[in-house]
Design a protein around this ligand. Structure first.
Ligand code: GAR
Length: 191
């Protein structure tokens, strides 16, 4: 199963996926490309570390969504890569219907909350400010409804009385780094 990872930031989840691949824990999944919508995104460096091609793709003309010329560029590039699974790992841009139709059922997203609670931006901060005692992360299929597609799996994170936003965020990222590679491995076994 050919996997393409899309991200915008530091790429710690891409790193966890690539480490799982190196450890033989990704089953039949193979990461073939990393794509970032920011030229200086840290995620690109993980490709080099793990020997996986990584590239910046210009998402213009929009700032917060992938539509128009940029969307076509992403569609053409990912189609040429013959991707079986597209993993949004911190890709901070709304995916629009044309992209979703082109890769129907093949796009998954990682979100830092127990959806349907706290969709949208800053899922960790939203849960923290609301004072919940249990949060977690979700991997779901991407549909036209932002953070609303069918849930594939979730992992819980308990917020202890002595947690700070920083320690809570660390626990959340650790949970994500377990969950996302495990989901990819499972999907590849069914593929
Ligand atoms: C992760 O916490 C992921 O859940 C979140 O961005 C972070 C990316 O971290 N995604 C979203 O908020 C999507 N709405 P990373 O760049 O270190 O993998």
């Amino acid at each position: 199963m050919r996997v393409v990872i899309l991200g915008s930031g530091t790429g710690s989840n891409a790193e966890a996926i690539l480490q799982a691949q190196r450890d033989g824990a990704l089953a039949a999944a193979e990461v073939v490309q990393i794509i970032a919508d920011k030229p200086d995104a840290g995620i690109l460096a993980h490709g080099e570390t793990f020997g996986v091609p990584a590239q910046y793709l210009d998402p213009a003309p929009f700032k917060t969504k992938l539509e128009g010329v940029g969307e076509d560029l992403y569609i053409d590039t990912i189609t040429a890569l013959r991707a079986d699974l597209i993993v949004l790992a911190g890709f901070m841009r709304v995916i629009k219907p044309k992209f979703i139709r082109t890769f129907a059922g093949k796009i998954i997203n990682l979100h830092p909350s127990l959806l349907p609670s706290f969709p949208g931006l800053d899922g960790i901060g939203q849960a923290w400010r609301r004072g919940v005692k249990v949060s977690g992360c979700t991997v779901h299929y991407v549909t036209a409804e932002v953070d609303g597609g069918p849930i594939i799996d979730q992992a819980t994170v308990r917020i202890a009385p002595d947690d700070t936003l920083v320690t809570f965020a660390e626990k959340m990222h650790a949970a994500e780094h377990e969950l996302l590679p495990a989901v990819i491995a499972r999907l590849s076994e069914r593929y």
